[in-house]
Structure formats: C-alpha cells, structure tokens
Design a protein around this ligand. Structure first.
Ligand SMILES: *[C@@H]1O[C@H](CO)[C@@H](O)[C@H](O)[C@H]1NC(C)=O
Ligand SMILES: *[C@@H]1O[C@H](CO)[C@@H](O)[C@H](O)[C@H]1NC(C)=O
Ligand SMILES: *[C@@H]1O[C@H](CO)[C@@H](O)[C@H](O)[C@H]1NC(C)=O
Ligand SMILES: *[C@@H]1O[C@H](CO)[C@@H](O)[C@H](O)[C@H]1NC(C)=O
Length: 189
C-alpha cells in the first residue's frame, strides 16, 4: 500500500511529460507551415513577334533547329528560350503604374505538352519596396495553378524563402500573357 503511493507520482510525471511531448511537436510543425508574409502581384509578358518591337517586353533568344527566333516553335515550343523584362503591377491591368520588373527567362522543356522552367527575379526600386525576390522552378503550364520556389531575396526581402503560386490570368494568342503570382513567405527577417 505504502510503496504504491510512492510509485504513482513518478509514473504520473512520466505520463504527463509523454503527453506534453506528443502534443507539442505537431503544434510546432503547424506553426512553421504558416506564412510569415503574403503578397500578390501580376506581371505582363509581351513577346516580340516581328512587328511589335516598341511594345515587346520579351524576346526569343533560343530556338531548336526546326524553328526560328521570331515565332515560337512547333511541338509545344520545345527548345525555345525566352528572356523577359516585364512590368509588375498590383492589379491585373497592363496599364497600371508598374511597381517593379520581373526579369529572367523561361525555357519550354517538353515536346508532348506545354511545360516550362522559370528562373527570374522581381526587382523593386520604389518607395514601397527596394530589393529583389528570386524565383526558380518547373511550371506545368496546363495546370490552373503551379507552385514554384522562392529561393531567396535581397534588400527588403533579405534572406527570404517561400513558395509562389502562379496562375495564368490572361492569354492572348502567342504574344501576350499575364501571370498572377501569390507569394507566401515562410522565412522572413
Ligand atoms: C501593346 O500590347 C498590348 C498587349 O498586347 C496591347 O493591348 C496594346 O494595344 C499594344 N500597344 C501598342 C501600341 O501596340
Ligand atoms: C519563322 O517560322 C515561322 C513558322 O514556324 C514562319 O512563318 C516565319 O516566316 C519564320 N520567320 C523567319 C524570320 O524565318
Ligand atoms: C533606384 O531609384 C533611385 C531613385 O529613383 C535611383 O537613384 C537609383 O539609381 C535606382 N537604382 C536602381 C538599381 O535602379
Ligand atoms: C497538374 O494537374 C494534373 C491533373 O490535373 C495533376 O495530376 C498533376 O499532379 C498536376 N501537377 C502539378 C505539378 O501540380
């Protein structure tokens, strides 16, 4: 009877610690998966097509042997490399005042379906934001939304990381498209 009373507080303490340990770790995971910051932007890509030099913000710089650099190649543009310097806006209007530039390239990388690989930066130099956000990743264009990595940043976005959900917001032939970029940062400084 006496020994039973001595064991039970110890047992209770261990039991309590185990319960604490089990409940604490999932809670920590959930917290770390919540973004520390979220931003939404649009950017506008006008591809040079031989006639729109003044308006164009992107150019084909690489083409497979069966294509040329004026028109995107057959077979889902496989092999085309496009360099861009696109205006970034806060809403979906091409004519809204740009808040920065989306600069980089995309590569069409599959013959059978439309897919691309993106590598670019958002470059900001305004009173609202100074610095850059760097993006990289696969862009399966046929999917309504695609996630690419936010791999780093500078200035206001120093050392940031996260995931950007990209959506094709508009598409006009092979000359203009607009992407909506929903950036969720999981590391903020
Ligand atoms: C520039 O391109 C946009 C999008 O295709 C178009 O709406 C606009 O009319 C063009 N402007 C000129 C001057 O070509
Ligand atoms: C580029 O290729 C397209 C068809 O793929 C053709 O219509 C066009 O004339 C070509 N342009 C040049 C400059 O070769
Ligand atoms: C940023 O803007 C300022 C003020 O307009 C300008 O002096 C500076 O050269 C710009 N920097 C870059 C990297 O464009
Ligand atoms: C794209 O969509 C297809 C079908 O809707 C799905 O099976 C696939 O997993 C998606 N790919 C990505 C990378 O989200």
């Amino acid at each position: 009877m006496n020994s039973k009373h001595q064991i039970s507080p110890l047992f209770l303490t261990i039991f309590f610690l185990l319960v604490l340990g089990c409940t604490a770790s999932p809670r920590k995971n959930i917290r770390s998966r919540r973004p520390c910051k979220e931003m939404v932007f649009y950017f506008h890509d006008i591809i040079y097509n031989g006639k729109n030099f003044k308006n164009a913000t992107a150019a084909i710089v690489g083409s497979p042997a069966w294509g040329n650099k004026t028109i995107l190649a057959n077979n889902n543009h496989f092999g085309n490399v496009v360099v861009f310097d696109d205006p970034i806006t806060m809403d979906n209007n091409l004519h809204s005042p740009p808040v920065g530039r989306a600069q980089g390239f995309y590569i069409y990388d599959k013959k059978e379906i439309f897919t691309a690989w993106l590598g670019f930066s958002f470059v900001f130099n305004s009173t609202a934001h100074k610095g850059s956000i760097n993006f990289a990743g696969a862009d399966p264009l046929m999917n309504k939304t695609r996630d690419i990595s936010v791999i780093g940043g500078t200035g206001d976005f120093f050392m940031t990381r996260g995931v950007a959900t990209i959506m094709t917001d508009s598409f006009e032939g092979e000359v203009y498209f607009r992407l909506r970029v929903d950036i969720k940062f999981y590391e903020c400084w």
